[in-house]
Design a protein around this ligand. Structure first.
Ligand code: NOJ
Ligand code: CA
Length: 692
């Protein structure tokens, strides 16, 4: 059944339009199916290709130009004629093999505009717009042509010309990492350079004042916009450079040591440049624009890709209770410790155990240039019985999650890919967590450039051949490719829970995840690693803490979507807590998801129905402010009664002063009920609904 097209309709209306007459007085137009979003494409006085976007008749993007700059070839930006155009409509309903919802509607109107240079090289490209009710995507398609074979792009000149100085939630345009905190400023106040030299990052490179995507904004009129990209394959990741004077952004591709940023051969097309447009912040989260802009599943049978909750030998290293490396006598990944976690998982409805630090090479893994060639992805440390642990887990019905920390020594990982994944297959393992801490080896490559995008793709395709789902850390931001390669499961690409253990800047503030939900989460599933109950990290990290309440940590399981959801704390910290029942119960794969309320950086409440059951789960989180939120449970099935188990902050809870106090209450509800959620500062509420 997976990824089966249930219903597909294609109407094609071809309109051939001659080159003349598509100026800005007489543009080509395409609207979304409802007509709410309208795009116009035209040429300007010197033959520049341009577009604009309206929402309900109001400009969202004013005249914005596009073009390319090349090495050893003239710029492609002026002297262009529109030589052709066509329009079509598309509607299908497709099924996510796993995800936030089962069934997805993909409906858009498409406009393809063909441009050609009037003189000189007479180069050609198509500008393709797909306009949906929740936003739009456009990309450039370069057909094979005489004066454009091998192409070296030094910059993509795509512009997004905003109409006012909107409020923007942004991350600096780091070529090497997305593990920064969000800033919220007006567009004119974006200052990514001030985020350089962060003390807690093993790699960071912010060459210019640019921001990463998804870049979410709110207009003073209350409209929400989010810019990103979709289907990033064999191209560089984007960052967006603000122009403070005309309040526009221009693409700044991630580069390398080379004097160009993208190398391709015609025919090829770029990734989609995407813009989500929503009237409420919650609609941004419910939008499936990014996956819809990707191609359907390319892997045949994907029934082997299974979402799961997991625990792991992980947090204990971040707390420095044990170590990844063997030397020093505090090694975490021992056979005995692994069995302890496996037993715990088996007893508590948790499907998998991640084991980090099992393989040789950790003594010298971080930061040093000598780390090349040190990691070995097949050789366990002497106190870890790799085959024995996997067999022990199998007997208990638990899966092991393989771990590959590459330390960004990409050459070494590439060389070992086939043997490493053959071993995973031999062991019957279905998931791998990869990591890329540190600057890339070879030097001069960056985590988000074309060379690394191609490396990540090789890993995904190798993993798919071996039937392995991937959870990647420190890679490129997700761009919806999970639709095409459903073994791209989760990724980190944000400041995860780990920063609460050791960051020297106070960790992740309470507003972090209420911001992430409307920014990073629009890109795709997240491995945040929630569920820390020992909020003050006693006795391991006296100077750090998790800046949320315990109830908030439960709510994250629902709010922050990921198909591999970790109960991250040490097993001993769960033993005495009745609240752990929520983690035992909570689903990890969803039939449908509904955003009940939310404001960026302030609060958000999401309800999700578990696949294959009638259970619903709800999570609500807030920033540093206490608040009461009244919600309707009208998402529940009509005519049925559910037992709601409510895990809430106790009246005196507070993320800093009293983070671990909570209440558990139960009541019967129907789809006509209302609940008032009372959230402490930095707090949250988690609810399970079981049909009676
Ligand atoms: C950084 C990852 O984000 C973290 O989850 C992992 O434990 C370490 N690298 C070691 O691989
Ligand atoms: Ca990380």
């Amino acid at each position: 059944m997976s990824n089966r097209r249930l219903f597909s309709l294609l109407f094609i209306m071809i309109m051939m339009i001659s080159g003349q007459g598509c100026s800005n007085e007489n543009p080509l137009r395409v609207s979304s199916p409802s007509g709410n979003i309208q795009v116009e494409v035209f040429t300007l006085g010197q033959g520049q290709a341009a577009y604009l976007v309206k929402h309900k008749g109001t400009l969202v993007l004013d005249t914005s130009m596009v073009g390319f700059d090349f090495l050893d070839a003239p710029m492609l930006q002026t002297g262009l004629n529109i030589i052709n155009s066509s329009k079509s409509s598309f509607h299908e309903e497709w099924e996510m093999p796993w995800g936030e919802q089962r069934s997805v509607i993909n409906q858009y109107n498409e406009l393809i505009v063909s441009f050609r240079e009037e003189k000189n090289l007479r180069r050609e490209f198509n500008l393709v717009f797909r306009v949906y009710d929740d936003g739009l995507g456009f990309r450039f398609e370069f057909p094979r042509q005489e004066y454009m074979r091998k192409v070296y792009i030094t910059e993509e000149l795509t512009q997004f010309n905003l109409t006012a100085d909107h409020t923007a939630w942004w991350l600096p345009g780091d070529w090497d990492i997305s593990e920064h905190l969000y800033s919220v400023t007006r567009i004119s106040e974006i200052d990514a350079i001030s985020k350089r030299d962060h003390p807690n990052l093993a790699q960071t490179y912010i060459p210019v004042n640019a921001v990463l995507t998804p870049l979410t904004m709110k207009t003073d009129q209350g409209l929400y916009l989010s810019f990103h990209e979709a289907a990033l394959i064999d191209y560089a990741g984007i960052t967006l450079m603000p122009d403070k004077d005309d309040l526009s952004f221009r693409v700044n591709l991630v580069g390398s040591w080379r004097d160009y940023k993208v190398e391709r051969t015609t025919p090829f097309h770029t990734p989609w440049r995407s813009l989500q447009i929503a009237e409420t912040a919650g609609q941004l989260i419910e939008s499936r624009l990014i996956v819809n802009l990707n191609e359907p599943n390319k892997l045949d049978d994907v029934s082997w890709i299974k979402p799961t909750k997991y625990v792991g030998i992980w947090w204990e290293m971040h707390l420095d209770k044990s170590t990844w490396g063997y030397a020093g006598g505090r090694h975490g990944a021992t056979t005995e410790n692994a069995r302890r976690y496996i037993d715990f998982a088996a007893e508590n409805n948790i499907g998998a155990v991640l084991i980090e630090g099992w393989n040789t090479g950790w003594e010298n893994w971080i930061g040093t240039p000598e780390r090349e060639g040190i990691f070995d992805f097949v050789t366990p440390y002497p106190d870890y019985d790799l085959e024995g642990v996997v067999a022990y887990a199998r007997d208990k019905g638990v899966k092991i999650i393989m771990h590959h920390e590459t330390s960004s020594d990409v050459r070494t990982y590439d060389r070992q890919l086939d043997t490493a994944y053959a071993l995973i297959k031999h062991l019957g393992i279905n998931h791998v967590k990869t990591g890329y801490v540190g600057t890339i080896i070879p030097e001069g490559e960056y985590h988000h450039n074309q060379w690394m995008v191609n490396h990540y793709q090789r890993v995904i395709e190798t993993a798919a051949r071996h039937k392995v789902g991937v959870n990647s850390h420190e890679t490129i931001m997700a761009t919806g490719l999970r639709r095409t390669y459903p073994n791209i499961m989760a990724s980190e690409n944000l400041r995860g829970q780990e920063f609460n253990a050791w960051a020297t800047d106070g960790g992740n503030p309470p507003e972090h995840l209420p911001t992430v939900a409307f920014t990073r989460m629009l890109a795709g599933p997240i491995d945040y690693t929630p569920g820390i109950f020992n909020i003050k990290l006693d006795p391991y990290r006296p100077d750090n803490q998790v800046n949320n309440t315990l109830a908030n940590q439960l709510a994250i399981f629902v709010v922050i979507y990921g198909p591999l959801q970790m109960a991250a704390d040490l097993p001993e910290n769960y033993q005495s807590h009745p609240a752990f029942q929520f983690i035992r119960d909570v689903g990890v794969d969803w039939e449908q998801s509904k955003v009940l309320n939310g404001q960026i950086g302030e609060y958000v409440t999401i309800a999700r129905q578990e696949r294959g059951t009638s259970n619903w789960f709800l999570g609500s989180i807030t920033n540093g402010q206490a608040r009461s939120l009244t919600i309707k449970t009208d998402f529940l099935e009509p005519g049925k009664t559910y037992l709601a188990t409510i895990y809430a902050d106790a009246p005196d809870a507070h993320w800093k002063l009293n983070p671990t106090v909570y209440t558990i209450t139960q009541r019967e509800v129907t789809n006509k009920s209302e609940l008032t959620l009372v959230l402490a500062p930095g707090g949250g509420t988690a609810i399970s609904f079981h049909m009676q």
